[in-house]
Design a binder for this molecule. Sequence first.
Ligand SMILES: Cc1cc2nc3c(=O)[nH]c(=O)nc-3n(C[C@H](O)[C@H](O)[C@H](O)COP(=O)(O)OP(=O)(O)OC[C@H]3O[C@@H](n4cnc5c(N)ncnc54)[C@H](O)[C@@H]3O)c2cc1C
Length: 345
Amino acid sequence: MDRTEVLIVGQGIAGSMLAYELLKSGRKVRIMDDLSEKTSSKVAAGLYNPITGRHMVKTWLADEIFPNLGVHYEEMERDLGEKFHFPMTIYRPFFSITEQNDWMGKSESSEYSDLVLTVNTSSLGHEGFIDPYGGVQLQKCGYVDMIKLIHSFNLYFDSKGILIPQLFDFRILETDGELLKYGNLEFDLIVFCEGDRVINNPFWQHLSFRLVKGEVFTIDFSSDSNIILNRGVFMIPKDGFSTVGSTYDHKNLDWEPSERGINSIKEKLSKIFSGKYRILSKWAGIRPATFDRRPFIGFHKDDKRIGIFNGFGTKGVSLVPYFAKQFAKQITNGERMLSEVAIDR
Ligand SMILES: Cc1cc2nc3c(=O)[nH]c(=O)nc-3n(C[C@H](O)[C@H](O)[C@H](O)COP(=O)(O)OP(=O)(O)OC[C@H]3O[C@@H](n4cnc5c(N)ncnc54)[C@H](O)[C@@H]3O)c2cc1C
């Protein structure tokens, strides 16, 4: 028998970062993934932003998460030997003088002053940007190249000999003995990080997931500044192209880009960007979201050896590093998690 402490199922951003934190705290870990291409992490745009939504308010836990987010990604970059974190400014054009005035006030409040870089009262003058009333530039934002992140973690776990590249089959899991068993592997705990495929997991049928499809495309336009244009949709400049998205569709839960989705992004983009572009590629994916927009983190009420770390929805890039650290501390030292993420909430 091959003995380990924690078996993690799923090597998306959630499973990868939980495994990374557990390894750092000295735990013996194995991570199983069937290397599917249809995963939320492999299609995500990778954007993170502390102020979001139509009303532009601080996101949940912004004050706890965002001051250290860049530091966490830089630490991972050093350990994994790859660059995947790109801090940038987010620029939200104003649609009226009233908005300009509102943001002037907001930027001076103690709550927002550290997140606002500048309030521009006239156009930035960037090619294609529609911003006659100026806009607000936000800091502590940026994007993570998710393909590189997942690939680097894959190589990292493989180099440590802890990656099991196969499909997890529930029929093989044995829960009767003192230790859990899967084939010739024995372990104390199993943590499921399966993204949207959680809906097939027999242990978590009682949890209220609300999956949401998202669509994204790339265009042959890229500004040479480090500014992400963002209002209704985002346009992230990369090397010679930009990533544009996204949509939120709770009904059509498939992995195909649709004409409807692409047109809705194009229409929203046309309100903030007038430059000429050609679509280079488009894709779609399913986000593992929940009804109350909080993740599910913890252990099963009937078997405390079976855990879940999932439900990061639209915000995996910012929430996962923070909660992976917290959950690793709970597993290692029994520290309590926030009640908002408890699975019996
Ligand atoms: C179009 C789109 C754009 C997005 N943009 C952003 C963004 O800009 N910013 C942001 O923060 N978030 C974004 N997201 C959301 C983000 O992708 C998710 O929050 C995050 O990736 C979820 O990660 P995860 O590890 O929980 O799930 P996943 O990435 O889905 O990982 C689950 C892993 O488990 C594996 N797996 C599942 N079942 C099994 C099994 N039985 N056996 C073996 N392996 C298994 C899968 O192969 C996969 O590797 C976007 C999502 C989409 C779809």
